[in-house]
Design a protein around this ligand. Structure first.
Ligand code: ZN
Length: 243
């Protein structure tokens, strides 16, 4: 059987995204200038997050941190330092359980409590949610929207959670203006409710983020927060329901 050419797949995906955009998650932005939105999940982390904040300050860029309630409780002062450095605070979950594995009642209370806890702990208004593992369906999407949040997924990735080669990592980071780039300041573990605790890669994640930022800078790209990109450009949406 002949395979479908790549450009045909891209066109088909665009058509599907356009058709599903009313119930779609934010995948990236159009017309946001020469900026990407760098995002970090699974934090805060007492060792990596402070170093990453230094890296971001040295590069003069802003990012969005999708935090876990279990970690904000343990490392509140680290979470406060992210906020105080001017980065955006967003929700990755009360914990790192896969929402699609929970009943509707359980999923709702995890989202309600996660948002309320983060807002109370840091005194911020939480606007963005990214589900653990990206796992969500229409039911979860609707819950998130009914709670006044919007679902934010991602495009390129720093691929900083898995053991792999530098070549493989470099191959995944190429970004275009308006892309949402996924990185990790923390790595969710069993006490965060992680359902597949991977072996942490032999990688200095903050240093790697700095190298990627240097590369982006050489391509004329800077990083802004998800809110800045949303306000500056137009959100690109599409459904990416996955269990
Ligand atoms: Zn995660």
């Amino acid at each position: 059987m002949r395979s479908v050419p790549k450009h045909a797949r891209v066109l088909a995906r665009r058509a599907l995204d356009a058709a599903t955009s009313p119930v779609g998650s934010i995948l990236g932005f159009k017309a946001a200038g020469s900026a990407i939105a760098l995002t970090f999940d699974d934090g805060p982390d007492p060792e990596n997050t402070p170093v990453l904040l230094d890296v971001l300050a040295a590069a003069g860029v802003s990012a969005t941190f999708f935090m876990l309630g279990t970690r904000v409780r343990r490392y509140l002062s680290v979470a406060e330092s992210v906020r105080d450095a001017g980065h955006e605070i967003a929700l990755h979950g009360l914990d790192h359980r896969r929402l699609t594995s929970l009943s509707r009642t359980e999923a709702r209370s995890a989202l309600v409590e996660g948002k309320a806890e983060l807002e109370t702990a840091l005194g911020v208004n939480v606007r963005w949610f990214r589900p653990p593992y990206g796992a969500h369906d229409l039911r979860i999407w609707r819950l998130v929207r009914s709670l006044g949040m919007d679902m934010v997924l991602w495009g390129p990735s720093l691929h900083d959670w898995a053991q792999t080669t530098p070549k493989e990592r470099w191959s995944r980071i190429e970004a275009q203006p308006g892309d949402i780039v996924l990185g990790h300041d923390g790595l969710a573990c069993e006490i965060d409710g992680a359902m597949d605790e991977p072996t942490p890669p032999d990688l200095d994640r903050a240093q790697w983020a700095g190298e990627v930022l240097q590369h982006y800078r050489s391509c004329g790209l800077t990083s802004i927060t998800v809110s800045e990109a949303f306000d500056r450009g137009k959100a690109v949406r599409g459904a990416r329901w996955t269990q």
